[in-house]
Design a protein around this ligand. Structure first.
Ligand code: NIG
Ligand code: FE
Length: 404
């Protein structure tokens, strides 16, 4: 098979051990064989025998090339929107008050349950297309607005269908423990039984890549989440958790004890939680869109995460209630302006660390042997990706070695 060569580019390889910031390689060459990277490095070092095998040559015209972006936390598939709740909040109601009064997640559950699979997919497509236009090549999609077997299955099937119909890899996460459905009011432990039974069925149908939960006063207790995680582990599925978003309930420690891939949100994370995450190798997925949209004031403890060496990822949390956003580039900017990440930390957060948060060792970095998922950007320096507000300098995306 002939090889494909890209030259006239600068490559931000995002390699952890590179001596340049962003793993930057000036005047680089990148060689692709099939769906994998065969070689990447300074053009002058490109072996001549490899060059001779390149049957397709691409002039990147000075573009910056980064790994394909990875959105590692989304609720992309959901019915309806919550603009009305946005108005209520601007008139003084809090997110928690609305949730306790039966609005919030429950209203999206109703809209999701009543939508057909085709309608759900149709509503998700524009969001997905916006992400793809910004160079996203892998994204995670959660269930969690069905809260019963049939609609949870429907959500996961739509997520899988999106991955089949578009040049993007979709990783599915079962989030049955997202909220207590109204039919289980006052019987949350019974609902957790139901979550365990749904998990068994949906896993057997091949619809689940990972398991998530919402550990919070308005959702599930650590003890309840522990039951879900034990069941996930018995099936060999990795876990992750919406933890310490609105309060510190010790969710991060619990998730870390279960070897969680990631703990997400984390505004109220304690030092003990950060230690536990560092020991377990769990990624801290920071979600600046939700912080911004809920007008939170409690910042995630970024300095503490750095001190403990907890890897930080950034994601959209694309959902109708707390982050109606399908721009990962905007999240890069907000991670810097609101959370004070450096532009390099932010870019690592949507590439190398986002891959880690999904347990994917074959991407997020540009290196020989890894997946040929990469993006050509019309920027001079990598910091411009986090700098623009609402800008999209993406020129072209290559997914599994093929331009899309
Ligand atoms: O990630 N925190 C819980 N779940 C979502 C929001 C769900 C909703 O309000 O619809 C989140 O912020
Ligand atoms: Fe979320």
């Amino acid at each position: 098979m002939g090889l494909k060569l890209w030259t006239h580019c600068n490559v931000a390889s995002m390699q952890a051990d590179a001596d340049q910031p962003y793993g930057l390689i000036a005047d680089a060459a990148l060689v692709v064989q099939g769906e994998r990277i065969a070689w990447v490095g300074p053009r002058r070092d490109l072996p001549t025998e490899l060059l001779a095998r390149c049957s397709e040559q691409h002039d990147a015209q000075g573009a910056l090339i980064t790994p394909g972006l990875i959105d590692c936390h989304t609720h992309l598939v959901h019915g309806g929107d919550r603009a009305q709740e946005f108005e209520q909040r601007l008139n003084g109601a809090s997110y928690e008050e609305i949730a306790r009064a039966g609005g919030g997640i429950q209203s999206t559950v109703q809209a999701t349950r009543s939508a057909t699979p085709a309608q759900l997919q149709e509503q998700a497509e524009p969001r997905l297309k916006q992400l793809l236009a910004e160079g996203v090549t892998t994204l995670e999609i959660k269930s969690g607005y069905g809260l019963a077997l049939e609609p949870e299955r429907k959500m996961l099937q739509v997520a899988r269908a999106l991955g089949r119909d578009h040049a993007v890899e979709v990783r599915t996460t079962f989030l049955g423990a997202h909220a207590l459905p109204t039919e289980f009011a006052g019987r949350s432990d019974d609902y957790v039984d139901e979550v365990l039974s749904m998990l068994g069925v949906l896993h057997a149908e091949g619809l689940v890549d990972a398991v998530d939960g919402f550990c919070e006063r308005i959702a599930f207790s650590p003890a309840q989440i522990a039951r879900v995680f034990d069941a996930a582990q018995a099936l060999g599925l990795p876990v992750k958790l919406h933890a310490e978003q609105l309060s510190d309930s010790g969710g991060a420690q619990l998730a870390a004890q279960h070897g969680a891939l990631s703990c997400d949100h984390l505004e109220w994370l304690s030092e003990d939680g950060a230690c536990a995450m560092a020991a377990a190798g769990s990624v801290a997925v920071l979600l600046p869109g939700a912080f911004y949209f809920l007008r939170e004031t409690k910042l995630p403890p970024v300095e503490m995460l750095r001190r403990h060496g907890v890897p930080m990822a950034i994601a959209t949390d694309c959902n109708p209630g707390t982050s109606p956003c399908s721009s990962l580039l905007l999240m890069l900017n907000m991670a810097c302006t609101l959370f004070r990440l450096t532009p390099e930390e932010a870019l690592v957060g949507v590439t190398r660390h986002a891959a880690l948060a999904l347990g994917l060792g074959d991407r997020g970095v540009l290196a020989a042997g890894l997946r040929a998922d990469f993006v050509l950007w019309d920027v001079q320096r990598p910091a411009q990706l986090a700098y623009g507000l609402g800008a999209n300098p993406c020129i072209q995306t290559i997914f599994k070695g093929t331009p899309r």
